[in-house]
Design a protein around this ligand. Structure first.
Ligand SMILES: [Zn+2]
Length: 211
């Protein structure tokens, strides 16, 4: 039973044993048609997944983050005019990045924890935009659909190379913010100054400037 080593929870992305795995048929619709896939989950993860799918706010936020990602990729990185369509191959690749997979087929999943959020992807795109724009300017990808796919793959490779670093930086900011919040809660006099400085600087929300 060598296959069981490759089982992965579709929610948290961690490995699963055959005994742990719960199989569920889930709707992974992005926009139009419902598409059902059989997926394996940890028992608790399936519950969380179902709860979050029904959390309209969360789904709405992810949709709007996705739109921002898609538009940025299309107009700023691919240089395609907003009014023109983009081959769906690009969207498939972007969704692949969302779940941390280079081979994106059949991996479309909204609101799962594994991989990267569309927010992180968008920040990574902005972070790499100058590098990408310069690189694609000096490269001949060829004509037509073949050239288009090569260009998408090339940009995706750059994003894959940087997204872990960006995620690590975002996580660090998150941890720092949490630490400050915790100190404020504990009302330790020697650190209140730090918290005040922090509050004055921003809105109190996570705020990162990467470019
Ligand atoms: Zn899980």
């Amino acid at each position: 039973m060598e296959r069981q080593a490759f089982l992965k929870c579709a929610y948290c992305g961690k490995s699963l044993t055959v005994e742990e795995a719960v199989t569920a048929s889930i709707d992974q619709r992005s926009r139009k048609d419902p598409t059902f896939y059989e997926r394996q989950f940890h028992f608790d993860c399936l519950k969380k997944y179902r709860d979050e799918r029904h959390d309209e706010q969360l789904v709405k936020e992810e949709r709007s983050d996705w739109d921002a990602c898609y538009q940025y990729f299309k107009t700023k990185l691919m240089g395609i005019d907003e009014s023109r369509p983009m081959d769906k191959y690009a969207a498939i690749c972007l969704r692949g990045l969302r779940v941390g997979l280079k081979n994106p087929y059949g991996a479309k999943t909204m609101t799962i924890k594994a991989g990267y959020s569309y927010r992180t992807i968008l920040i990574t795109m902005k972070y790499c935009s100058v590098q990408i724009q310069r690189a694609v300017m000096n490269k001949d990808f060829g004509e037509g659909n073949y050239g288009f796919k090569r260009k998408v793959n090339y940009i995706m490779a750059i994003l894959f190379n940087h997204i872990n670093d960006v995620q690590a930086r975002l996580d660090k900011v998150d941890r720092q913010n949490k630490r400050v919040e915790k100190r404020v809660e504990e009302r330790k006099p020697e650190v209140v100054t730090t918290a005040q400085t922090y509050k004055r600087k921003g809105t109190g929300k996570r705020r990162v400037v990467l470019d």
